[in-house]
Ligand binder design. Structure first.
Ligand code: PLP
Length: 433
């Protein structure tokens, strides 16, 4: 019998791009195995582990054998605790019936897209943006249409862009705020206008609020996390315990669906969840009940302040090293930086920075194709001592490229004011042959 040599994998798999950062990570591991010390700024997860009250609740759940499947939409007590959190933090009252607990934001996004996307439906997604958005849309036979966002709008969509891109097949818009990879947030008034426009077109607005609690003030000012819940129209909100609550590997998140007659949206979502997931991890759900305790929130707020301190250090340090941060991050834990040089190649920059100085970062091309080639993303998910060392190494790397006069290197222009110019002159002086 002849064995078919034809690839049996479905066509959609050919359109799913691999993460280039995995090449960076693999090389980082090789270097570490050879004894080099690598500073990891490529991975998008907090360096803090789950807060102690959450761990204790998980241990209790394990000891008590609370490990069986839960209800598909999650433990009723957890859905109520999430609803209470919205009431307490955001003064937004929602019924727990509108909340579904999911396997991370990933599970939540998958189920939300499965709920709304018919084959051929277009979903607008920001570029650069979280790559999962476009791949998940594709997985459900939808078409992810990029919205080319730029520093001019803080790498967030505007009403104008959405209006201009909305076509006959457009079903909705999916955005993240704060965003990965840029750490920027959409202005409340802009999102409000967009929500009204999407409503007028009978579409759905999906807002990924996974970095919701991680927002930072400038110059000692106050900052308040916000939510898209309460905006007009068909608005679905996705969230997670991964980032603010520091529980990436616990695989837990949630979705809030719009109000609908007889809660029909949630019924449809539940059917999908029954067959695709059965339920979210049960021990994680029992543990997450401790997430909203005052003692836990106090720990998490201290960590948020620490992330803000790191951002305040890293952004000017990158600028002094000649990288540009054209839209100041005000949330998440990322700085999206333009590599020095007119024809900069972020992938090459990331690989060389790793090779020469042992700092791992993520090439911009992982987040789209809109001017992404010249960017790299740094995650400030390491302690201050490592961050200071990383800044020193990045500065050394860019200075040596400048001195070597390699293509593109001549265009390195430090963008951090007088101190930066002085440091670049110093670097040139030290390195000049
Ligand atoms: N959405 C964004 C913007 C992310 O950055 C991530 C993970 O990095 C996810 C969703 C998926 O997160 P989770 O761990 O909750 O599945």
């Amino acid at each position: 019998m002849k064995i078919a040599s034809r690839l049996l994998a479905a066509r959609r798999t050919a359109e799913i791009q691999p993460f280039v950062v995995m090449d960076v990570l693999a090389r980082a591991h090789q270097l570490e195995a050879a004894g080099r010390r690598v500073i990891h700024m490529e991975i998008g997860e907090p360096d803090f582990s789950a807060p102690a009250p959450v761990v204790q609740a998980a241990v209790r759940a394990l000891r008590d054998g609370r490990t069986a499947y839960t209800a598909t939409l999650g433990l009723p007590a957890l859905r109520e605790a999430i609803a209470a959190h919205y009431a307490c933090r955001f003064s937004t009252r929602i019924s727990p019936e509108r909340i579904a607990v999911t396997a991370g934001a990933s599970g939540g996004l998958l189920l939300t897209l499965a709920l709304y996307v018919n084959p051929g439906d277009e979903i607008l997604v920001p570029d650069p943006g979280y790559p999962g958005y476009r791949h998940m849309v594709r997985a459900f036979e939808g078409v992810a249409r990029p919205l080319n966002v730029s520093p001019a709008s803080g790498f967030q969509p505007t009403l104008e862009m959405v209006r201009a891109s909305w076509g006959r097949r457009t079903k909705g818009l999916l955005i993240g705020s704060p965003s990965n990879p840029t750490g920027t947030r959409i202005a409340k008034t802009e999102l409000d206008d967009i929500a009204r426009f999407v409503e007028s077109r009978g579409g759905v607005l999906i807002v990924d609020e996974i970095y919701q609690g991680l927002v930072y003030a400038d110059k000692g000012g106050a900052v308040a996390a916000s939510t898209a819940l309460g905006l007009p129209g068909e608005v679905a909100v996705v969230n997670s315990f991964s980032k603010y609550f520091c529980m990436t590997g616990w695989r837990l998140g949630w979705v809030v669906l719009p109000l609908s007659k007889d809660n029909a949206r949630m019924r449809a979502f539940e059917k999908l969840a029954q067959h695709l997931f059965i339920c979210a991890p049960s021990v994680a759900q029992h543990a997450a009940l401790a997430c909203f305790l005052p003692a836990t929130l106090k720990i998490l707020e201290r960590r948020r302040i620490e992330f803000q301190r790191r951002r305040d250090f890293l952004v000017p340090a990158l600028e002094r090293a000649g990288l540009g941060v054209p839209a100041r991050p005000t949330g998440a834990f990322y700085a999206y930086a333009a590599c020095p040089g007119d024809r900069a190649d972020g992938r090459r920059f990331a690989l060389e920075l790793l090779e020469r100085e042992g700092v791992a970062s993520t090439p911009g091309i992982d987040f789209g194709s809109n001017a992404a080639r010249g960017y790299v993303r740094f995650a400030y998910t390491c302690g201050m001592a490592d961050l200071e060392e990383a800044a020193r190494r990045i500065g050394k790397f860019t200075a040596s490229r400048l001195a070597s006069g390699r293509p593109g290197a001549a265009a390195i222009r430090p963008r951090g004011g007088a101190g930066a110019r002085a440091s670049a002159r110093g670097a040139r002086a030290r390195r000049a042959p």
